[in-house]
Design a protein. Structure first.
Length: 225
């Protein structure tokens, strides 16, 4: 009986992973990769409600306004810290290609984005990887995070096929309490089975002017000098 259980478990695990692996690469740079994935291949796709509004046109500048203010808290075994998910320089690099990706998506596909960035760029610092699903539906712009600033070894960061290997990103409720995105007024957490998935963010697109990139503390000091 146990043998049957484990076989069933691994078959289910493989089927979920293989669906995610069918994503098609649209564009890549040394620090970012953009894919399309069929809606039906998304894990827990029954929670993806309504028609997809693809292709969708939105400027890189507005994407920076939307993504640039998202903060998170991470607890690890050795420390606790909070930060913005994306560095301004990182946003400047990948939002141009992200904008083009949204224009290319069919109404049967969603986008998958993987990006890595080394904020300090020193001999002792490491790149950090973030992955997310992105799509537009009747509710607005949806971002579903997988990895958030996951440390990547320098050796792996130089090999595209290594640093782009991420776990499948599904739409189920998030259970990782060690990684929390901070609530803000400009987005809503998506409810899944009556509970909030705190890695699934929905941004209304009815009034884009309300989204403005806010300078960080260090940026503010530089502007004052």
């Amino acid at each position: 009986m146990k043998c049957i259980f484990f076989i069933s478990f691994f078959v289910l695990l493989y089927s979920c992973a293989s669906g995610f692996r069918t994503k098609k690469l649209l564009h890549a740079t040394t620090t970012s990769a953009f894919y399309e994935l069929q809606r039906k291949e998304v894990s827990n796709n029954q929670f993806l409600e309504g028609k997809l509004r693809h292709p969708y046109k939105i400027s890189p500048e507005k994407l920076k306004d939307i993504l640039g203010n998202i903060e998170f808290i991470k607890n690890t075994r050795i420390n606790y810290y909070s930060d913005y998910i994306f560095h301004p320089t990182e946003l400047d690099k990948f939002t141009i290609d992200l904008s083009l990706t949204l224009e290319k998506l069919k109404d049967t596909h969603i986008g998958v984005v993987i990006t890595q960035h080394d904020t300090d760029r020193s001999v002792i610092s490491y790149p950090k990887r973030t992955s997310f699903l992105i799509f537009v539906n009747e509710e607005g712009l949806n971002i579903v995070f997988g990895d958030i600033q996951q440390m990547v070894s320098r050796e792996i960061s130089y090999n595209f096929f290594d640093w782009t290997q991420v776990s499948p990103i599904g739409l189920k409720e998030n259970l990782d309490e060690n990684e929390i995105i901070l609530q803000e007024d400009l987005f809503e957490f998506k409810k899944v089975k009556g509970y909030y998935n705190r890695k699934w963010l929905v941004f209304s697109l009815e009034d884009l002017d309300k989204y403005k990139f806010q300078p960080r503390e260090l940026d503010k000091k530089n502007l004052e000098n």
